[in-house]
Design a protein around this ligand. Structure first.
Ligand code: ZN
Length: 375
């Protein structure tokens, strides 16, 4: 079995092959593995570096963009002299320097309905390193049809999420059935993100990839981890197969890849996005105390602090628990920092709620600016 490793590879990987649970068997599985990164940016950077270093045999990179200066604070695969270079070229150069034994395959294009299945079919597992929902839904659906696992990662401001979605489900649509319209799609381009958060989430994705390839440990399949960088807390939400899921449920309505919207005009989006600041919310409440305020954090967060008069419906249970949210009055949705609530706004819109708003900065902004103004 070790014949396929050169002497220098044996030395290179020796600190992981001495692990009894991993050994040369694990190393061989990594060498035979083919991992596709959709997106060679913030989320993809750290896991691509680590998977190349670990000795994954083939790494595919698909990304249509060029490196820009504002990418560099989080996209650590790209260096200052790489600005204006295609990301896949810059990434490929770095990964080859880290480990010349890895075969890098690049696609300088966007993942589309037309190319998704043929590209993904060449790989064992897909790492979602995108910053937009249309790509995520496309990856989810294509991986479902091809019976491949995809390792999901998402970041928003100070929050990150990571999970594994599989061919037998649950899939991403088991949590968020339909893709929200562009105005409800915050991407980190407009929302801002602290650079270490995609790094932390990306490395969790890399860890899931290594475990999955080598058949070690307990996968994140059916479990969503949510990381709050400000409190440095991880929470785990169990995800079940939704029997009504339009993709993986008992009576699917999605039977092939659909058209996915690629609109991502960030400036336009933030104007269109239905969101309010905590100060605007305070003024609106003073005028209309009857408006419906929805808190989507977990019970333990609610116990610590809350906005008086809000209704608690944790995001983890919302899918079975949203029907009594009124449709005839405006709904203002908040979480700790604004990430989860943005997703809930998207979910409620998909369920026919017209008048739903995200509260920017969530409870944290409310505590700082409204409850204890120190200026
Ligand atoms: Zn599903």
């Amino acid at each position: 079995m070790d014949a396929q490793f050169s002497q220098s590879e044996k030395v290179r990987y020796s600190r992981q092959t001495i692990l009894p649970q991993f050994g040369l068997t694990g190393q061989t599985k990594l060498k035979n593995a083919r991992v596709l990164f959709v997106g060679a940016g913030g989320l993809g950077s750290a896991p691509a570096i680590y998977l190349a270093a670990a000795g994954v045999g083939t790494i595919g990179l698909i990304d249509p963009d060029k490196v820009s200066l504002s990418n560099l604070h989080r996209q650590i695969l790209h260096f200052t002299p790489d600005v204006d270079k295609p990301k896949v070229v810059s990434a490929s150069e770095k990964l080859t320097q880290i480990n010349p034994n890895v075969k890098i395959v690049t696609y300088q294009e966007r993942l589309t309905v037309q190319n998704a299945q043929s590209i993904i079919d060449d790989y064992d597992v897909v790492i979602d390193g995108t910053d937009n929902l249309p790509s995520r839904y496309l990856i989810n659906d294509a991986c479902f049809f091809l019976k491949k696992n995809f390792i999901f990662g998402g970041v928003y401001q100070f929050e990150g999420q990571v999970s594994v979605f599989g061919a037998s489900g649950p899939c991403y649509r088991c949590i968020f059935r339909e893709m929200p319209s562009p105005e409800e799609m915050p991407s980190c381009v407009e929302a801002g993100v602290i650079g270490v958060i995609p790094g932390i989430i990306g490395l969790m994705q890399a860890n899931e990839a290594i475990k999955g390839i080598c058949g070690m440990g307990e996968s994140l399949l059916g479990r969503l981890l949510i990381f709050d960088a400000l409190s440095a807390c991880w929470r785990e939400v169990k995800i079940k197969n939704d029997p009504e899921c339009p993709l993986c449920g008992a009576h699917p309505t999605i039977k092939k890849l659909e058209e996915y919207s690629w609109e991502c005009a960030s400036g336009k989006m933030s104007q269109m996005m239905l969101q309010v600041s905590v100060r605007e919310l305070k003024e609106l409440r003073d005028k209309n105390p009857d408006l419906y305020l929805l808190d989507v954090r977990e019970q333990e967060e609610w116990d610590v602090d809350r906005i008086e008069g809000a209704h608690l419906k944790p995001m983890s249970q919302l899918q079975d628990n949203y029907q009594d949210i009124p449709k005839d009055k405006p709904v203002y949705c908040y979480c700790h920092a604004g990430g989860r609530s943005a997703r809930v706004v998207g979910f409620l819109k998909s369920q026919g709620y017209e008048n739903v708003y995200n509260v920017i900065g969530g409870m944290q902004a409310w505590s700082e600016e409204i409850d204890s103004p120190s200026f």
